[in-house]
Design a protein around this ligand. Structure first.
Ligand code: ADP
Ligand code: ADP
Length: 231
């Protein structure tokens, strides 16, 4: 069973000039263990698509099944639970809280999940160690580099043990060397079985993924495997 199944998915926005179709009937299956780059020019519908996958927005038409569950038919609470259990999010801008230690940033999703203090501390420290920042647990985000901040954001995305990570331009604010290091980390996570869907403009970044799906004008125009798929 696919982790994600999208059937005839469409999204139109209300604008002053009328309805604007940003996504026009997209079909896509994403199976467990895939590592997919979502590509395409600015305005092609990538963010719209990712917002739908993350259940941050609702489609105008079509169906979205997340781990087999029809998202449109779930009530708000059930959907929130499914999202928290299934998805981890990583953003271009890291989105760390500046006044909180790295440990507390990583542990934040566990606060919402109702975990006790000691569990949160242990889990956050374990994940900071996993992303190579075990010695920085008590530091503030502004004391570390952008690449390190993105590692913290990835640790935070992992804290609820998601099956799937959705990453929107995760290397967009990083230099190429640091971007390569972040992609190496994603590859390790993928090798451990986590499915990854990652938006990028950069062909060099997309080459690290196993599959490349390209959008143009709200439709998928190509869907190909890379040499990584065989590796
Ligand atoms: P991408 O992420 O590929 O740059 P987007 O999904 O952000 O593309 O946008 C696709 C199209 O939909 C663009 O033409 C954009 O201007 C339009 N769009 C995106 N969000 C909105 C919105 N909230 N209201 C109106 N138009 C939007
Ligand atoms: P990206 O960096 O992915 O291309 P955009 O700059 O296209 O992102 O969009 C950033 C945010 O603004 C998104 O949440 C998108 O939905 C919204 N947006 C994009 N285009 C429009 C628009 N024409 N009207 C209103 N909101 C928009």
């Amino acid at each position: 069973e696919p982790v994600i199944r999208v059937v005839g998915l469409g999204k139109s926005y209300e604008t002053a000039a009328g309805l604007f179709p940003a996504l026009k009937g997209v079909d896509l299956d994403i199976r467990p263990g895939e590592f997919i780059a979502i590509m395409g020019p600015s305005g092609s519908g990538k963010s719209t698509f990712m917002n739908l996958l993350g259940c941050l927005d609702t489609p105008t038409v079509g169906d979205y099944f997340l781990t087999g569950e029809n998202v449109a038919q779930m009530d708000k609470d059930a959907l929130a639970l499914l999202r928290n259990r299934t998805l981890g999010f990583v953003f271009q801008g890291f989105n760390l809280l500046p006044r909180m230690s790295l440990q507390d940033n990583v542990a934040l999703p566990l606060v919402y999940a109702g975990a006790d203090r000691e569990t949160r501390r242990e889990k956050a420290r374990e994940l900071l160690a996993k992303v190579g920042l075990g010695n920085y647990a008590d530091s503030l985000p502004n004391r570390i580099s952008g690449g390190q901040q993105q590692r913290v954001a990835i640790a935070r995305a992992l804290v609820n043990e998601p099956r799937l990570i959705l990453a929107d331009e995760p290397t967009g604010n990083l230099d190429s060397h640091t971007s390569e290091e972040i992609m190496r980390l994603f590859k390790e996570l993928n090798a451990e079985g986590i499915t990854i869907v990652l938006v990028t403009h950069e062909p060099d970044i997309a080459e690290h993924c196993k599959r490349q799906v390209r959008f143009r004008d709200g439709v998928i125009v190509s869907d190909t495997l890379t040499s990584e798929a065989a590796a």
